[in-house]
Design a protein around this ligand. Structure first.
Ligand code: ASP
Length: 330
């Protein structure tokens, strides 16, 4: 079943540029709600961590005038295909039983959402998530059902456990201790937000989850409002790190709602992290990082512990922004 949305795009005002649509359509009683600024927005992509190849691929789509949803899919696919990246897609670290299970979601400017969780044997969950959004009456498919749907859609089954990941898992099995380590590769989900020349924002988030997790464990990354949330009237947010903590605080939704109430992306990310810290005295032992982008193209990021940062691509220039951290505050 198709449920494509044929909403007309906003008209262009110039090559690669657009006037940000009014955000006053989001009526709330809060006086802090930002009304339309009429400001020009330059296409931009931001992503968690140093995923420079991914933001480059997304930028190439935006630069050619492509849509933010196409940019997101193209960018996320780069990391999913990278066998050296043991935290996303093919080559991802397995669960404690040695099975690679992937979670991913995508959100469009129209409020569309598609996701897969705990999916095995398919290398590009972000693309399957997009198919769920565009080709089914559902928003989230899990496990075998997700895999079956992917195969029906033409994705090929493949073994995602590389020799290197298998060896690392066999070494881990000797002690079998589930101890996520701050800022080590097992926190490297890619969450990506992009604004295109129409001023429309989309987002994606894709991961193999925490290394050596229990079988069937699903983190925040593919869950709407937790690992990712997009509201084309306001902006978007995405997360990386200890998924359980992001899920409990519905972090990305919280950040977008705070931006709706007038907080900057930076302020909203900081509040998102503080909610986690306030509710969990164990915060010294895990990491969470957020990145947010509002419709004016302003971004922010914040994390519990230093070491997190974001990759940004705009106007042909790539930058890495080291995130401020809760435990490093002066
Ligand atoms: N957030 C991901 C999860 O909990 C993991 C990560 O970001 O590394 O599955």
């Amino acid at each position: 079943m198709k449920r494509r949305n044929f909403l007309k795009n906003a008209s262009l005002t110039g090559l690669g540029l657009a006037v940000a649509p009014a955000i006053a359509s989001c009526e709330t009683d809060d006086k802090k709600v930002k009304k339309s600024t009429g400001k020009t927005v330059v296409p931009v992509v931001v992503a968690t961590w140093r995923f420079h190849n991914a933001t480059k691929a997304a930028w190439e789509v935006l630069e050619k005038g492509g849509t933010s949803i196409d940019a997101i899919e193209a960018g996320c696919r780069v990391e999913e295909a990278d066998l050296k990246n043991t935290t996303v897609g093919n080559g991802g670290a397995p669960d404690r039983d040695g099975n690679v299970t992937l979670d991913a979601c995508i959100m469009s400017k129209d409020g569309g959402y598609g996701a897969v969780v705990c999916m095995e044997n398919i290398a590009h969950p972000i693309s399957v998530a997009r198919k769920v959004m565009e080709e089914t009456p559902h928003v989230l498919l899990a496990g075998k059902g997700a895999e079956q749907f992917a195969v029906e859609q033409g994705f090929k089954r493949e073994n995602l456990l590389t020799e290197a990941s298998k060896k690392a898992w066999e070494k881990w099995k000797v002690k079998s201790e589930y101890k996520p380590i701050i800022n080590i590769e097992n926190h490297d989900t890619i969450g990506m937000l992009a604004i295109d020349k129409n001023g429309d924002i989309s987002g994606g988030c894709t991961t193999s989850g925490m290394a050596y997790k229990m079988a069937g464990r699903v983190g925040d990354s593919a869950i709407i409002g937790s690992g990712l949330f997009i509201d084309n009237a306001i902006g978007g947010a995405t997360a990386t790190g200890m998924g359980e903590e992001v899920l409990k605080t519905v972090g990305s939704y919280l950040i977008v709602e705070l931006m709706r109430q007038g907080r900057t992306p930076q302020e909203a990310c900081e509040e998102g992290v503080k909610r986690i810290v306030a509710s969990n005295p164990n915060y010294q032992n895990f990491q969470v990082g957020y990145v947010a982008l509002n419709k004016q193209g302003e971004y922010g990021c914040y994390c519990i512990h230093g070491g997190f940062g974001i990759s940004k691509f705009q106007e042909g220039k790539q930058t890495y922004i080291d995130s401020k951290a809760y435990t490093k505050k002066g």
